[in-house]
Design a protein around this ligand. Structure first.
Ligand SMILES: Nc1ncnc2c1ncn2[C@@H]1O[C@H](COP(=O)(O)OP(=O)(O)OP(=O)(O)O)[C@@H](O)[C@H]1O
Ligand SMILES: [Mg+2]
Length: 258
């Protein structure tokens, strides 16, 4: 299946969708990203792993244009993020969906409206079109019966699944996921990961995922990037990174988390 109502101009599978070229990012004297290079091809599922504080969220925030790099260039579907006019930035942001650890649903809106709000106001969809899309996505995340609930009436796992549906409703070319299960009670984690596995399996959306769930990473990833001290220190298919890592630092890290 294509992503429900996939973008009118989807990137060709296998072409480069995201590229970081010599990107550095500093906070004061703290160099978080140091001359970082990596790319993600369209349609692929790439997972970033690495120790706390190593800069994984910073990478996603740069992609969301919430931060600016100090050096280097970042491109998404061929468009450079910095420098870019406000209009160009708005266009690039439409290509990117993000789900955070904290789901931040609009508390005063029912589930359906949480999902239709941005497609109507940002993409200009009619209310009917947006609602139809929202219902399909709620089906996909297993919450077809929750259209009329308010976020506080849902469990954390259900809220996170709504947040995933809300991100997909914008028909992004790439979905960024930042430790989306780490704020959940343990018994709710599996349901959310199952939904993401389904999305990975049944849609053609590109995924860039930060996770501490190593089994999940192993299942869905085409490529795993081990990240430390501002660089990708090792990358490869999950069998290689988890089964036979080359770098001592990777072995150490996996030894601590597995
Ligand atoms: N806005 C900010 N101002 C100052 N320092 C920041 C800011 N955002 C992040 N940092 C610092 O940058 C470094 C990387 O942070 P980042 O959130 O990217 O790490 P992470 O790999 O996502 O860690 P975790 O696994 O704990 O989520 C940390 O040392 C952090 O303190
Ligand atoms: Mg983080």
């Amino acid at each position: 299946m294509k992503q429900p109502d996939a973008d009118a101009n989807p990137p060709v599978d296998g072409s480069e969708l995201i590229r970081f070229d010599h990107v550095s990012k500093r906070f004061g004297s703290n160099t978080v990203l140091d001359n970082l290079d990596f790319s993600v091809d369209a349609g692929k599922h790439v997972t970033l792993i690495g120790p706390s504080g190593s800069g994984k969220t910073t990478i996603l925030r740069l992609l969301m244009t919430l931060l600016k790099p100090d050096e280097g260039t970042i491109t998404v579907a061929g468009d450079q993020l910095f420098p870019a006019s406000e209009k160009e930035v708005r266009e690039v942001r439409k290509k990117i969906g993000m789900v955070f650890q904290q789901f931040n649903l609009f508390p005063n809106m029912k589930v359906l409206r949480n999902i239709t709000e941005a497609p109507v106001t940002v993409l200009g969809l009619s209310k009917d079109e947006a609602e139809q899309r929202a219902r399909e996505l709620l089906e996909l995340v297993g919450l077809a019966d929750k259209c009329d609930a308010y976020p506080t009436q849902l469990s954390g796992g259900q809220q996170q699944r709504v947040a995933i549906a809300r991100a997909l409703a914008m028909r992004p070319q790439v979905l960024l996921l930042d430790e989306v299960t780490s704020a959940l009670d343990p018994e709710l984690v599996a349901g959310v990961l199952d939904v993401l596995r389904d999305i990975a399996r049944t849609t053609d959306i590109t995924m860039l995922c930060v996770t501490h769930e190593m089994n999940f990473a192993r299942d869905i990833s085409d490529q795993v990037l081990m990240f430390d001290s501002g660089h990708v220190i090792e990358s490869g298919p999950p069998e290689k990174i988890f089964g036979d890592p080359e770098h001592e630092r990777t072995r150490e890290f996996l030894g601590a988390v597995l």
